[in-house]
Design a protein around this ligand. Structure first.
Ligand code: C2E
Ligand code: MG
Ligand code: MG
Length: 585
C-alpha cells in the first residue's frame, strides 16, 4: 500500500494529519475506531448524531453498547471470523440508539495494520439505511401486494401458484386455485360510493383471511376479483375435487352474510361467483392455470344456476376454437366472406313493410356461421367496428337499390347495431356519410339497439339517440323483455319501435304468463306511442294471438326466413284461406 504522505502533494506531515483528522471527523458516515479488545477509542460527530450518545459515554466501551439483541449472533460470529482472517467485513446491524429507537446500519469493518503487518485496530464505517430499507420494502410491497387489502397482487399470486405446483409435484397432493368475483360490484360502488366499495373489498379480504388457514395464499388480482391458492388436498383426484367443492361452497356462503361498512347506511349483502382449477403434479405454468380458473369463472357466470364451476379440458378446447375463430374473423372482411341477409316484416294483413338486415359469415370451410357466434367475439376484439360499418354500408346500398323500384321504394330496412359500434365516437358521422353517399331518405333506415347498448352510458346514449332521431332515422329496441329494466328506457329514450323478443312469442301459446306479458307489452308500447313488432313468429296460432293483442307488425319463419339480400324478393304474405284473420273476420 502507498504511504499517505506520497498521495498528499507538498504538504507538511502536520498539515497532512490535520486534514485527515478533519475528513474523518466531518465524514457523513459514522466512523468508529476500536482496538482489538475491542474497546472504542474514537467516534466521529456523525456517530454521535446517529446514536444520541456523547463521546464520554462511548469511549472506552465495547461497541456492543449499541446492540440490544436485535442483530443475530450469526452476524457477529461471521464478523469476528472475517476480521480474524484479516479480511474486511461488510454487513448490516440492527442497532439501538440511546433513546431506545432501533435503526438499521450498513457497516464496513476493516482491520488496521501497523507497518509490520500486525493488526492493532479496527475501523468501522457505517451509515443509517433505515429509510432506504423502508422505501425498498415499500417498493417491494407495492410490487407484490395490493395496496388496498394488503393481499398478494396478481404477479405475486402467480408466484404462489408456481410454489403450490412445485409442492404438489413433491408431495403428490392436489391443490386448487380459485378465482372469485364479487357480483354486481359496480352497482354497489354506484349506490354506496367508491369509499364504501373500497371498505367492502377490505372486508371481503379480511373475511377470506379469517376463514382460510395460513396454508392458503390469497390475492386480489383485479378490481373485484380475488384469487385463492389452496395446497395439501388429497392425493386422490376424486377426493381432492370433493374437498375443493366443499371449500368453494363454504367460501361462497361465508362471504354472503352481511358486511358492515361504516359509510354505508345498511349492511351490504353480496353474492359471488367462482371458477376453480385443480393444481396437479402436471401443472407447469401458473399463468395457464389462472387462465383456466378464469375460464371456469366465466362459465359459472353464464350459468345462472351455479355460483361456481370447475375447469374441465372441454372448456379449453372451446376457448381455443374461439381464438381460432377470432384469428379468422380478421380475414373475413378481406376475403369478402360477409353477407347481408334480409328477413321480411309484415303488417297484420300480411303486407310487406320492410325487412331486418342481418349479417352472415360465409366461412369457406365451416359453412355459414351465425352472428350469435361471432358478433359477441367481434364486440370483444373491436372487430365489430369494421364489421358494423360493412353491414351499414351493405344495408344502405340495398336501400338505394330499393328506392329505384316502386315495389320497394317505401320499405324500411333495419340494421342491428351493437354497443361498441353505437358508442364509437364517430358513429353519427359514419351514419351521415352512409346516408349521403347512397343518397337515401333517412326515414327508410332503422337501427335496432339492444339493452346492452342503452345500458352503457345512459346520458351519451340519450343524446346520441336524439341526434339520430332528429336525422329522421328510426330506432327500435330489440329483444324487448330479455333484460331487466326495459320499461324505464322505453319511457325516457326516443325509440319509435319495440320488438318483442322471440322467446316470449314462442312460449305464448303454451304458457299463459308469457301470453299475458306479450299482451301487456303491446298495450304499454301503444300507450307510449310506439309501434310494436313481434319477432320469431313461427305459427299461425302465434300470429293470430298477436293480432288479437293488437300487435302492429310481424317477423318470423312463418312468413319468411332470412334470405341472402341479393336473392330477397318483395313478396306479400298470402294468408291461407282456412285460417281466419280475426281483424278481417
Ligand atoms: P336479432 O336481431 O334478434 O335477430 C333475429 C334473429 O332471430 C335472427 O338470427 C333471425 O334469423 C332469427 N329468427 C328470425 N325469425 C325467426 C323465427 O321465426 N324463429 C327463430 N327460431 N328464429 C328466428 P340471427 O341472424 O342468427 O341473428 C342473431 C342475432 O345476431 C340477432 O338477433 C342480432 O342480435 C345479431 N346480429 C345479426 N346481424 C347483426 C349485425 O349485422 N350486427 C350486429 N351488431 N348484430 C347482428
Ligand atoms: Mg335485431
Ligand atoms: Mg331480436
Amino acid at each position: 500500500m502507498q504511504p499517505p504522505a506520497e498521495r498528499f502533494q507538498g504538504q507538511s506531515a502536520e498539515e497532512q494529519l490535520r486534514k485527515l483528522a478533519m475528513v474523518v471527523e466531518q465524514s457523513p458516515s459514522s466512523i468508529i475506531i476500536t482496538n482489538t479488545e475491542p474497546t472504542i477509542e474514537y467516534v466521529n460527530q456523525a456517530f454521535l448524531d446517529a446514536t444520541g450518545y456523547s463521546a464520554d459515554e462511548v469511549i472506552g466501551k465495547n461497541p456492543s453498547i449499541l446492540n440490544q439483541g436485535l442483530t443475530s449472533p450469526e452476524t457477529y460470529a461471521d464478523l469476528w471470523a472475517t476480521l480474524a482472517r484479516g479480511e474486511i467485513w461488510k454487513g448490516e446491524f440492527r442497532n439501538t440508539r440511546k433513546d431506545g429507537t432501533p435503526y438499521l446500519e450498513m457497516a464496513t469493518i476493516a482491520p488496521i495494520r501497523e507497518s509490520d503487518g500486525e493488526i492493532t485496530h479496527y475501523v468501522a464505517i457505517k451509515s443509517d439505511i433505515t429509510d432506504l430499507r423502508r422505501s425498498q420494502s415499500r417498493v417491494h410491497e407495492l410490487a407484490n401486494y395490493d395496496d388496498l387489502t394488503g393481499l398478494a397482487n396478481r404477479s405475486s399470486l402467480t408466484v404462489c401458484v408456481e410454489q403450490a405446483a412445485a409442492s404438489c409435484r413433491q408431495s403428490g397432493r392436489y391443490g386448487m386455485l380459485i378465482v372469485l368475483d364479487v357480483d354486481g360490484f359496480k352497482t354497489i360502488n354506484d349506490r354506496h360510493g367508491y369509499q364504501s366499495g373500497d371498505e367492502l373489498l377490505k372486508s371481503i379480504a379480511d373475511r377470506l383471511k379469517e376463514m382460510l388457514d395460513d396454508g392458503a395464499a390469497i390475492g386480489r388480482i383485479g378490481g373485484n376479483r380475488f384469487a385463492i391458492v389452496v395446497e395439501n388436498l388429497s392425493r386422490k383426484r376424486d377426493r381432492a375435487i370433493a374437498q375443493a367443492h366443499d371449500l368453494t361452497e363454504f367460501i361462497h356462503d361465508e362471504l354472503k352474510s352481511p358486511h358492515h361498512i361504516v359509510l354505508a347506511r345498511h349492511p351490504i349483502r353480496l353474492s359471488n361467483t367462482m371458477g376453480a382449477a385443480l393444481i396437479t403434479p402436471l401443472t407447469e405454468q401458473a399463468q395457464r392455470l389462472l387462465n383456466q380458473a378464469e375460464i371456469a369463472l366465466q362459465r359459472a357466470r353464464e350459468d345462472a344456476r351455479n355460483s361456481w364451476c370447475f375447469f374441465n379440458p372441454a372448456m379449453q378446447s372451446l376457448i381455443e376454437s374461439q381464438s381460432e375463430l377470432e384469428g379468422e374473423l380478421h380475414k373475413a372482411l378481406e376475403k369478402d366472406q360477409l353477407a347481408l341477409f334480409c328477413q321480411s316484416q309484415f303488417d297484420a294483413d300480411g303486407r310487406l313493410t320492410g325487412a331486418e338486415g342481418m349479417v352472415r359469415w360465409r366461412h369457406s370451410e365451416r359453412g355459414d356461421i351465425s352472428p350469435e357466434q361471432f358478433i359477441p367475439l367481434a364486440e370483444e376484439t373491436g372487430q365489430i367496428l369494421p364489421i358494423g360499418a360493412w353491414v351499414l354500408e351493405a344495408a344502405c346500398s340495398k336501400l338505394q337499390e330499393w328506392s329505384q323500384n316502386p315495389l320497394t321504394a317505401d320499405l324500411q330496412l333495419a340494421v342491428n347495431v351493437s354497443a361498441r359500434q353505437f358508442h364509437q365516437p364517430n358513429f353519427l358521422q359514419i351514419l351521415l356519410e352512409a346516408l349521403y353517399r347512397f343518397d337515401i331518405s333517412p326515414g327508410r333506415l332503422k337501427l335496432e339497439l339492444t339493452e346492452t347498448v342503452v345500458l352503457k352510458d345512459i346520458e351519451q346514449t340519450e343524446q346520441r339517440m336524439l341526434a339520430i332521431r332528429d336525422l329522421g332515422i328510426g330506432l327500435a329496441l330489440d329483444d324487448f323483455g330479455t333484460g331487466f329494466s326495459s320499461l324505464s328506457y322505453l319511457k325516457n329514450l326516443p325509440f319509435d319501435t319495440l320488438k318483442i323478443d322471440r322467446s316470449f312469442v314462442s312460449d305464448m301459446v303454451s304458457t299463459q304468463s308469457s301470453a299475458a306479458i306479450v299482451q301487456a307489452t303491446i298495450a304499454m308500447g301503444h300507450a307510449l306511442g310506439l309501434t310494436v313488432i313481434a319477432e320469431g313468429v313461427e305459427s299461425h296460432e302465434e300470429w293470430n294471438m298477436l293480432k288479437q293483442f293488437d300487435c302492429d307488425a310481424f317477423q318470423g319463419y312463418l312468413f319468411a326466413r332470412p334470405q341472402a339480400a341479393d336473392q330477397w324478393m318483395p313478396t306479400h304474405f298470402q294468408v291461407q284461406e282456412s285460417i281466419q284473420n280475426p281483424r278481417s273476420g
